[in-house]
Structures are given as structure tokens and as C-alpha cells.
Design a protein around this ligand. Sequence first.
Ligand code: DTR
Length: 337
Amino acid sequence: MKRLLILLAVLALTGLMAAAATAGTTLTYANFPPAKTFPCVQMERWKTEVEKRTNGAVSVQTFPGSTLLEGKNMYRGVMMGQADIGCISIAYYPGVFPLMSAVNLPVSFTSTEVASLAMWDLFQKYRPEEFKNVKVLTMFTCAPSHIQSKVAIRSLADLSGVELRGSGSLVTFINDLGGRGVGMPMSDTPEALQKGVVKGLVSSFDVLKDMNFAEICRYETITNLPVYPFAVIMNKAKWASLPDDVKKVLDDLGREQAQWTGAYLDDYVDQALAWSKEKYQVEVFRLSDADMAEIASKGQPMIDAWKKDVAAKGIDGDAVFSDMIGFKKKYEAELGK
Ligand code: DTR
């Protein structure tokens, strides 16, 4: 009797395993900000496309809102296989991705679609060492960053001593402009705002709506500060285990997904600002020409500092930078953005 039971159990298990094998592969995909935000919107679009294009051979299980991995442990978590796929904000990892941090420099990107395509091309051209531990599935950026604050910043003088949350080059920028930059991931920002640790943040306007920051940050100052670069990365062993036809589907989607995300966000930031004006009557300030010139004057030293920093890591910053500007101009002309 006991033997029979064991036999039955073994048979049942084998049956289950066979069913799992025919059902195909499930990939887990972790993301740090809440489900409504654009990195998660693009994640759901990618899931839909992958499931469709592999005819269901691959299914993707998504984990938004730091439910599987958080902003700062995303990279390690994907390398270790805690998630198969993860979305990282490059600015949250200072010094780890020196070459691709070029995209976070003040070069006046005005369109997310342009910035995302330029980023993708830059990555394809250099295939930088810094990503050798993972497979890169796509890349994109957020839109240009602006100040969103509880206190009115009508001029740079008003910024003096004001704590604002940022990341990457934006922290340096806030400090250079007289404010106090506080570095933290987007997902920690609501609490920091609530507790008064910061009086605002510097980010693209999508979060006014998606994180409901418009409710607490009633003042928006147009600053056209840099975009933040993102990468969607996959565990290398998991990638290697995929059949070639699936790999092809994922590879073919890389550039398309970058463009889709950029185009989505370009539209969305305008909608988010309009929504914030209507729902919370937020005020939007434009800085004087003199203040905008002051912001522009901080840009070159940051670019020079980046070039010096990457040179120490064996990267030809001049070449990378001029390629990025070349891609930017090419897409600005092509897309009329
Ligand atoms: N501004 C960057 C990137 C960013 C823009 N929108 C979102 C939404 C969710 C997470 C990150 C971002 C930042 O502040 O991290």
C-alpha cells in the first residue's frame, strides 16, 4: 500500500513537471516604483508583447512597487537570480555604470523618445563592460527634470538651502544651484516629503500624477534639468537557458521598447501637468533668462568632471559624449522633437 502511494505520488509529480515544461517558461520581472508609474507601464507593455510574440511560450510575472526587489538592490538581485528581470535606474548606482551615466549629463534633451533612442544606440555602439554581468533587454530615460516643491521657487535665490530629493547628476546640480540635494530612490520620496526630510524633488512631471506629488508639491519650477537613464536587465544564466527563438523575440523588442517608452512619456508628462493644474491648481514658474543662463553655466563643469572620471576607468569620454550628441541630433531631426 505504502509503495503504491509513493508510486502514485511520483507519477503525479512527473505529470506536474511535464505540464510545467509544456506550459513554457515564466520569467519574473521586478520593478521598484508603484504600478502606475511609467517604468511599470512599460513593463506591462513588454510583458504583453513578449507573451503575444512567443505565442504564450513565455509568460512574464510582474512585481511592481518593490514587492520583489527595491531600487537599490535591484541590480544585485537580478545578478543573484532573485528575479529574472529587473528595471534599474542608473542614477541610483553611482560609479557602477560610468559610460551610460553620460545620458544623465546636462545636454538639454527635450524629448524622452529622442533621449531613449540615443541611449539605446550609445549602448549598442559601445557595449560597455559595466553591463557584463547581466543581459540588457532595453533602455530608456525619463523626461527632463523640473523642481516640484512645497515652497515656491520663483528664482534661484529662492532655492537657497532648500532640501530637494534627487539622484545621480541631479544631486550635484541642486547643490551647485544653492539648494541641498538629498539622494534617494523615487520609492522613498513620498515618506521623505511627508516627514519633511525634503521640501520637494527634482524629476520629470509624470510623478505629479502617478505618485500624487501634485497634492503636496503645489509649486513647479521649469528647470529643464537632465533626464535619468534606466536599463532593463536580465539574469545571465536565465538568458542563456532560453531557446534561440525566444532570445530573438526579446532582442528584437529592445529598441522598439525604448522608443515606445519614450513616446509614451513625452505625451504623458503634458497630461500629468494639466491634471495637476486642474486637480490641485498647482502653480508653474518659469525662471528668468539670467537664472536659466546660470543653470546652463553649471553644465560644462559637470560634463568635464564626468570625462575626467571615466578616463580613470579607461573610457574615452570625448568619443562617448560626441557620439551621444550625434545620436541626439539625428533623432531630433528624424522625429522633429
Ligand atoms: N526622475 C527620476 C526618474 C523617474 C521619473 N519618473 C519616475 C517614476 C518612477 C520612478 C522613477 C522615475 C527619479 O526621480 O528617479
